[in-house]
Design a protein around this ligand. Structure first.
Ligand code: NBG
Length: 892
């Protein structure tokens, strides 16, 4: 512990011990850090900056500064004895248990709390540091964060996995079992929410001052049970036991207003006084995001509706117990439940209120933090960048306008300039059913002030367009933020676009498509430069280092150290080993071990025994018509038919295959739920067929989650990403599968295309029609009966002969193809899909060829690290730079 004479006497770096292993935190250890991206603040520069930074507010040390005089920071020791003590301390003092009565649940909680202590220590320092540096921060606003588990991730980030394993071993527990006690934080639906989690991870690991903002749902993504083949939803009560990974902040609470009426502020044309009827309090919970190989700890701030002040004591005293808590119930419900819709917009009033609570609390918090810098409001874009993760947080735009105009007393023009320089917007879909629109009357009732602001934004925007393209009335109709329907609707994507300085899609093809479709007119009006591409990425921490320890060891061996974890380009070195026989064998063995692990997981979760030596063919993702799980199961039916036709001798020569499905359907999405039923019905028949045995097994793993994905993804040989071309904006599981040495069978869609470009087309199996052909096929199929090929017809026939139970249950699925216009073009793509499967089989039979494909693919995946995506956002959208706390070996 060192003490210093300066008025702010924190010692940085935190850990003064010489780092000997990657992940330890000594600035002298280069292996853990990628080359600093742009600006890394040197010790001397930092000293200067801090001195000038504080003096800009006051020359004399403040009260807080004085408090720091006697505060010196050193990290909690990392030895096993200290770890054991801290675990026991939490066991006894936090959970009122003794080591004698410790079960694995409490062993997890006590261990997690002891890890949390370390994270909070770093968290504090990171934020104190960023505040003092007046670093520009990025705020990633997302209604979804699909975090999964944190414990293992934190242990790896802190480089304490071995130490905890040993300490827990000493008291009779196995770390792996304890890790399994943690419940997933499932505050998201699918790709969009998981992307948000990967992005905050990358910000933390690369020392970007970035925060996520979201909602703390009491019930996350529902738990999926499969009963009689059908999906049944049960609530996900993930907060039933203590959650070590959040830190309640009752001191960070903001009032959020709803309903009421407006009064004109006589002092200004644009200013209003909003007399609301209802005010709820949004309280912050902070979730630390451990950075790997750095002391930087990021933050996700989640809002929860606070209800205490809404208890009506007068009603209670008069005996109206129900009425006394009525206000609390109404408030609490706001942050109770995550809407379980992926790529669909439900348009419910409660959802709108959720969105506003989220946006209002977030904007108030950002402004409050900004104001502490003492800088004038017009400087907000210099210190804050806000990313809208899809349209869900778009009410942030009128909310910021309201605060700037009505509360900060800026003019409309000043406020608009600040707003548009601060916000940027990511579009994640072009599916019409996912486009958020809110009825004007609903908005008018709930948020009268915002409705007024949105009218004005629209008016000024249309006026400028009219000037630019005089007389083009149809253009004005097309681009109006307010759709002239009955009732009128606010088109949130247009509002987000107009309110932002940059708009991006999430893969090259998707970014092109949005420029040619929904934002076509906006490109003409606002210029090409505003519309950019930022291809998604995934975190190598979770999606390799954590979920695939065997393959990670091979990467570490090849690279020479663990630096690839934060710098995926290093895995390029794998190419040098592609001819090394011993290495190739170990590569294969690592995959086999993962398949064995998945086979055990399948046995535990479904009771189905599968052979780990079969080809593992996996499709795991949300169940949606555009993702075409139906096409997959129809091909399985056809395969089953072919196997049944064979002689036992021929059948025995067939490649053995395990077809794995997993994924949830939105609770109100009937067709998707029927697809789940069909998969389970086929599985039941095929798996029980003794003639077929191990040649074909079909498995639906229930309750897909981040944790399930961590078992499934490393074990795939082939994974399917088979959306109709042009419908999957990017996909991110495709990246995870390839990163884990699996091969893709996919359509020319989303990020599949760029993956193919990077790894080489020999490493990927493409099939199906192309995006530009889709409209013509759809048009044709609107007026003509589809012509299923023999294979598809065979699958239909088998279903219709009641092979998988009552055919009537599945007839609507067949009808969606034969009579419903086959919107997702299954009949068009089926023949090439079956051919692609054959090509996969041939390739898999040639083990050497397959291993080569697998190694080369992993070697070439660095583009798809979320670190790359975040660097691009930082440089091209947010204009922020990394600020490394641990690079400054100095006292202040
Ligand atoms: C999803 C897309 C995926 C994409 C993720 C993350 C929505 C609205 N969109 O293709 O369907 O990978 O976003 O960008 O959930």
């Amino acid at each position: 512990m060192s003490r210093n004479s300066g008025y702010f006497s924190t010692t940085i770096p935190l850990n003064t011990a010489k780092a000997t292993t990657p992940g330890a935190h000594d600035a002298d250890v280069p292996v853990t850090q990628p080359t600093p991206l742009k600006r890394v603040v040197s010790g001397a520069a930092l000293k200067e900056l801090l001195a000038s930074g504080s003096s800009s507010q006051s020359k004399t040390p403040s009260k807080m500064d004085n408090m720091f005089q006697n505060y010196s920071h050193s990290e909690i020791a990392r030895d096993t004895a200290t770890i054991k003590n801290s675990v026991i301390m939490h066991l006894t003092a936090t959970f009122l248990r003794t080591p004698m009565s410790m079960d694995s649940g409490h062993a997890y909680l006590a261990s997690a709390f002891s890890v949390r202590d370390r994270l909070l220590q770093r968290w504090n320092l990171t934020n104190e540091f960023h505040d003092r540096m007046k670093a520009k921060r990025v705020y990633y606003m997302s209604l979804e964060f699909l975090i999964g588990r944190t414990f293992d991730n934190a242990l790896l980030a802190l480089d304490l996995r071995e130490e905890y394993s040993k300490a827990l071993g000493d008291v009779g527990f196995c770390l792996e079992d304890i890790i399994d006690e943690e419940r997933d934080a499932a505050l998201g639906n699918g790709g969009l929410g998981r992307l948000a989690a990967c992005y905050v991870d990358s910000m933390a690991c690369q020392d970007y001052p970035g925060w996520g903002y979201g909602l703390r749902y009491k019930y996350g993504m529902f738990q999926q049970q499969i009963i009689n083949g059908y999906q049944v939803e049960a609530p996900d009560c993930w907060l039933d036991s203590p959650n070590p990974w959040e830190f309640p902040r009752p001191d960070v609470t903001y009032p959020v207003k709803f309903y009421g009426h407006l009064e004109r502020d006589p002092s200004s044309e644009h200013r209003y006084i909003w007399k609301s009827d209802v005010v709820y309090d949004a309280m912050a919970f902070d979730v630390p995001v451990p950075g790997y190989g750095t002391t930087n700890v990021g933050n996700i701030r989640l809002w929860s509706c606070k209800t205490n002040s809404l208890f009506d004591l007068n009603k209670f005293n008069s005996g109206d117990y129900h009425g006394a808590t009525g206000g609390q119930v109404a408030a609490q419900i706001l942050t109770d439940v995550l809407y379980p819709n992926d790529n669909t917009n439900e348009g419910k009033e409660l959802r709108l209120r959720q969105e506003y609570l989220f946006c209002s609390a977030t904007m108030q918090d950002i402004i409050a933090r900004f104001k502490k810098t003492g800088r004038p409001m017009r400087d907000l874009p210099d210190l804050a960048a806000i990313q809208l993760n899809d349209t869900h947080p778009t009410l942030g735009v009128p909310e910021l306008m309201r605060i700037l105009i009505d509360e900060e007393e800026l003019t409309w023009d000043e406020a608009w300039e600040i707003t548009t320089r601060t916000f940027a917007f990511t579009n994640h879909t072009i599916l019409p059913e996912a486009m958020e629109k809110w009825p004007v009357p609903m908005l008018d009732k709930i948020l009268p002030r915002h409705m007024g602001i949105m009218y004005d934004i629209n008016l000024f925007f249309l006026q400028s367009v009219e000037k630019q393209f005089p007389g083009d009335r149809d253009l004005l109709r097309r681009i109006s933020i307010i759709e002239e329907s009955n009732p009128q609707q606010v088109r949130m994507a247009f509002l987000a676009c107009v309110g932002s300085h940059k708009v991006n899609g999430v893969a090259a093809i998707h970014s092109d498509i949005i420029k040619q479709t929904i934002f076509k007119d906006f490109v003409r009006i606002q210029g090409e430069d505003k519309f950019i591409n930022k291809t998604n990425g995934v975190s190598p921490r979770r999606w390799m280092n954590e979920c695939n320890p065997d393959m990670s060891s091979l990467l570490t061996e090849v690279v020479g150290d663990r630096s690839w974890v934060n710098d995926l380009a290093k895995t390029k070195k794998l190419e040098e080993r592609v001819t090394d026989q011993d290495f190739r064998q170990r590569w294969w063995d690592a995959k086999q071990a993962n398949k064995k692990r998945l086979a055990d997981y399948i046995l535990t979760t479904t009771g189905i025994r599968v052979n780990p030596n079969a080809l593992f063919d996996v499709q795991v993702k949300r169940i949606h018509e555009y993702k075409r799980q139906l096409m997959n199961i129809l091909s399985v039916i056809y395969r089953y038919h072919c196997l049944k036709q064979m002689t036992p001798e021929d059948r025995a020569k067939e490649l053995h295959r395990v077809v794995v499905f997993a994924g949830k359907a939105a609770s109100g999405y009937w067709v998707a739920k029927q697809v789940i039923k069909l998969i389970n019905s086929v599985a039941e028949v095929v798996n029980a067929d003794e003639e077929i045995g191990d040649v074909l097994k079909v498995v639906f793993i229930p309750d897909y989650s981040v944790t399930a994905a961590e078992y499934i993804i490393p074990a795939s040989d082939i994974s399917q990403h088979i959306s109709t071309a042009g419908t999957e904006a990017s996909g991110t599981s495709n990246m995870k599968f390839v990163l884990n040495g699996g091969i893709i069978l996919g359509t020319v869609d989303g990020a599949n295309i760029e993956i193919g470009e990077e790894i080489g087309e020999e490493q990927i199996f493409f099939f199906g029609c192309l995006a530009h052909e889709v409209e013509d096929f759809r048009h044709y199929l609107r007026f003509h009966q589809p012509k299923p090929d023999d294979a598809l017809q065979t699958a239909f026939d088998m279903i219709q002969r009641n092979t998988f139970g009552d055919a009537a249950i599945f007839q609507p699925l067949i009808d969606s193809i034969l009579r419903g216009g086959d919107v997702y073009l299954l009949s068009v793509d089926f023949p090439s899909y079956i051919q692609a499967h054959k090509a996969v089989e041939d390739a898999y039979r040639n083990r050497e060829e397959w291993i080569t494909k697998s190694i080369l693919s992993v070697a070439r995946m660095s583009k798809f690290s979320s670190d790359r995506s975040i660097q691009e956002y930082a440089e091209e959208v947010w204009n922020i730079e990394p600020v490394r706390v641990n690079s400054c070996n100095m006292s202040i």
